[in-house]
Write a protein that binds this ligand. Sequence first.
Ligand code: UDP
Length: 505
Amino acid sequence: MDSSNDGKVEMFFLPWIVQRGHMIPAIDTARVFAAHGAKVTIITTPGYAQLFQKSIERDQSLGHEISFHTFKLPTAEFGLPEGWENLLAGSLGMMEKLYLAIQKLQQPIEQFIRERRPDCIVSDMFHPWTADVGARLAVPRFLLYVTGLFSLCCEESLRRYAPQDKVNSDAESFALPGLPDDNIVFTKSKIPYWFTKKGTGYGQFADNIIESELKSYGIIINSFYDLEPAYAEYFKNEMGRKLWLVGPVCLFNNAAEEKAERGEKNSIDEGTILKWLDSKQPKSVIYVSFGSQSSMVPEQFLELAHALEASGCPFIWVARDMSEYGQDEKEKKEGSENRGKKLPEGFEERVTKSGQGLILKKWAPQLLILEHANTGGFLTHSGWNSVIEGIGAGVPMITWPFIADQFFNESLVVDVLKIGIRVGNEKWSSYIWEPKVNVTREKVEAAVKWLMGGGGDEVKEMRRRVKELREKAKKAANPGGSSNADIIALINDLKSRRTICANNF
Ligand code: UDP
């Protein structure tokens, strides 16, 4: 262990790059630990470091010991453009190349860990190989998931009991056995394909993640105990994992400037966005965003535009046109994945002129918008960060999941927490660009109208519940709260390991 760190525990963070849904919570988590007195080094690439440099410098000016240690990706070797990790998202082909390029960093990263001997490695779930590095070097490895407990428990139920193998069609519903709630019902069409077509595609990698989970010293999750208490107990007792719940880490961003710049430049400056919001009635605006990686095909995109306009409800829509989407030269020529998205004729002009809509073509200051008093609903793809940020801001949701853990998160929001409604997407769809409308404009319009006015007492009750959760979230993150206690406990655990190790030599 480094002797120059004044007795502070030294934590190495190894986040995943490119995908903001992995980067943002990892940075927030690293910053939270540094604020609690750990010496934190974030191991990453220069492009990634550049995106978060300002936040880290701000923390350093407050005396927190946090810094980047960067390794250059061998981009040229894999035909990736220099610094492309700054792009918002990549095609499957590009992600595969990125994955291979990152594997090349394993050896230098291991060497760095060997030299510095930190007290632990906190590794994103997409770096399962760090479990073996930790074991080789006797450095505890923590797995940092970018999802919540509920989805992990649902996946465990699918693995253990395979209810999906006992139905006759994709549309036949089945309950997930063994979970604390008995009303968790799914269909095959709503679960990730690797639970039905085992060993295919991402499935093998998902198995590696689980293997690395079992080899880890512990699991760190951006959630809080009071949000999913029964699932925290299930995860610890039924699944036997050592768990630290440290969230919502987004609440660590207190200053307006921290909320405004999280890993990307905003499409429109935040002053203009706030002014637009200020001009609306309390809780009247619906914020529409599908995370950092747009999964919507152009046909569905058009349908959504029509629905928003027809709802008559004021909206902010992050309508990304995919210009910041990484593709290699061959993919660009074929135009296979990146089909441009177009808004309906005259749409933008109409909604802007009438003041009904504010359209952001690339990136929104999500936390600022969600926390504004005039934001009253969130139409979300149900990515975990968006869900927990919505809860942290006390905003009810309309869920529109597409891929990954999003259908599980939808079920948590709608069936367990009862703080949102489904828009009605029935189909888990991977990055295959099927030119098809899965949710009609009528369904979207009805859901928006219901949540933003027509739902009466039921919506009032939802608002009350989500506000209550917001208070619990704040309590958890503040001194004396459960997440705060878990952060301190983890640091103390590492300190006591040091003493044990020192006594053994
Ligand atoms: N985000 C943002 N502005 C945007 C889109 C996304 O700040 O315009 C942030 C959002 O606040 C969240 C992250 O990007 O922290 C997206 O993570 P999530 O898990 O919701 O979705 P993913 O992008 O992983 O699908």
